[in-house]
Design a protein around this ligand. Structure first.
Ligand code: HEC
Length: 143
C-alpha cells in the first residue's frame, strides 16, 4: 500500500512539473532577443508560409487551429498577444525542452520568422493576414 502511494506521489509530482504552461520561459529571454523585430512583419505571404510550416511542425502538439492540447498551450491567447516577435523567435530557437517544447534551431532563420508572422496573424485578426486565416478557419469549420 505504501509503495502504491509512493508511485502515485511520483506521478503527481511529474504532472505538476509538466503542468500548465505559465509563460515562465519569457523571463529567460535576453533583452537583446526580446527587442528583435520580425524582418517579415506584416507580409501576408510570410504568414501564409508560416501557416504551412505550422501544420507540418506544430499542429500535432498545439492543435490544427492552434487551440492547444492538454499541457500544450493554445497559441491564440492574451499572453501571445503581449509577447514580442523577438520573444517568440527566441522560444522557437531555444525551445523549452524541460516543459516539452522542442527547439527548432535546425530550421532556417527565415522559416522561424515565417512562423512568428503566422502566430502574430492569428493573434491580431485585424490585419489582412489574420482575416485571411480567420476566413479559412470558418471555411473549415464543421469538417
Ligand atoms: C512535442 C510537442 C510540441 C511541438 C511539436 C511544438 N510545441 Fe510549442 N509548446 C509545447 C509545450 C509543451 C509548450 C509549453 C512550454 C512552456 O510552458 O514553457 C509549448 C509552448 C509554445 C509556445 C509558448 C506559448 C505560451 O503561451 O507560453 C509557443 C509560442 C510555441 N510553443 C510555438 C510552437 C511552434 C511555432 C511550433 C512548431 C514549430 C511548436 N510550438 C511545436 C509543445 C510543442
Amino acid at each position: 500500500m505504501k509503495r502504491v502511494s509512493g508511485v502515485a506521489a511520483v506521478m503527481l509530482g511529474a504532472c505538476v512539473l509538466m503542468g500548465a504552461a505559465d509563460g515562465s520561459w519569457l523571463k529567460r529571454v535576453p533583452a537583446g532577443d526580446k527587442a528583435k523585430v520580425n524582418p517579415l512583419a506584416g507580409q501576408k505571404e510570410a504568414a501564409e508560409a508560416g501557416e504551412h510550416l505550422y501544420e507540418e511542425a506544430c499542429s500535432r502538439c498545439h492543435g490544427k487551429q492552434a487551440e492547444g492540447k492538454g499541457n500544450r498551450p493554445t497559441l491564440i491567447s492574451e499572453r501571445m498577444k503581449t509577447t514580442t516577435d523577438g520573444e517568440l523567435a527566441w522560444l522557437l530557437r531555444n525551445g523549452n525542452s524541460w516543459k516539452g517544447m522542442p527547439s527548432w534551431s535546425v530550421m532556417p532563420d527565415g522559416e522561424r520568422w515565417q512562423l512568428v508572422a503566422y502566430m502574430r496573424s492569428i493573434n491580431t485578426p485585424a490585419t489582412a493576414a489574420g482575416i485571411a486565416v480567420e476566413a479559412r478557419k470558418s471555411d473549415g469549420a464543421g469538417q
